[in-house]
Design a protein around this ligand. Structure first.
Ligand code: CO
Length: 176
């Protein structure tokens, strides 16, 4: 604030013409030290690997979030993915699932199609060919496990297909 105020004063002082009204000072928060940008969801390690099976502990919350947006497993593993809904809200209002898609699939398009598939637990049957593995939809306090072979090394999109959740609940499943 002080710097801006001094600048405004000097502009007024130097002008030989009647000074135009000084521009309104910028809001204070633009002068103060910038607040830290919101941190992206931390890529916490949710994987334990015993050399044969990579166990993934994925969580979903009542605030529509996974506990990570990046899952990394070694190539050649069996994957045992446990999805736990740590909240209290029922599946009908805050349902979560885990859907892993083939490389290059469009998660957002998949999610939009899934909205029409309530009768099939939000798995759109006509896009089933894009799915590598998925769980059912669960609600607060529930847990579900899916096991599958890790696909070839690469990056694969994963998401929750419950309506409206894609933007907050998606990530990358990495096999390396
Ligand atoms: Co969800």
């Amino acid at each position: 604030m002080r710097i801006l105020f001094a600048v405004a004063l000097s502009l007024v002082g130097c002008g030989s013409e009647p000074a135009a009204p000084a521009p309104a000072p910028a809001p204070a928060q633009k002068v103060e030290a910038p607040a830290p940008a919101p941190a992206p969801a931390p890529a916490v390690n949710v994987v334990t690997d015993d050399g044969t099976v990579a166990t993934v502990q994925l969580e979903g919350t009542d605030t529509m979030k996974y506990n990570t947006n990046r899952i990394v497993v070694p190539a050649g593993r069996k994957v045992k993915l446990v999805l736990t809904h740590t909240g209290k809200l029922p599946a009908a209002t805050m349902g979560h699932n885990f859907v892993l898609l083939k490389a290059g699939s469009n998660g957002q398009a998949f999610a939009m199609k899934a909205v029409t598939a309530a009768a099939n637990d939000y798995i759109p049957q006509d896009l089933a060919g894009q799915i590598i593995a998925h769980t059912k939809v669960i609600g607060g306090g529930e847990s579900v496990t899916v096991e599958f072979d890790a696909p070839a090394a690469g990056e694969y999109p994963f998401l929750c297909t419950f309506p409206g959740h894609y933007a907050m609940m998606n990530g990358v499943f990495v096999v390396e």
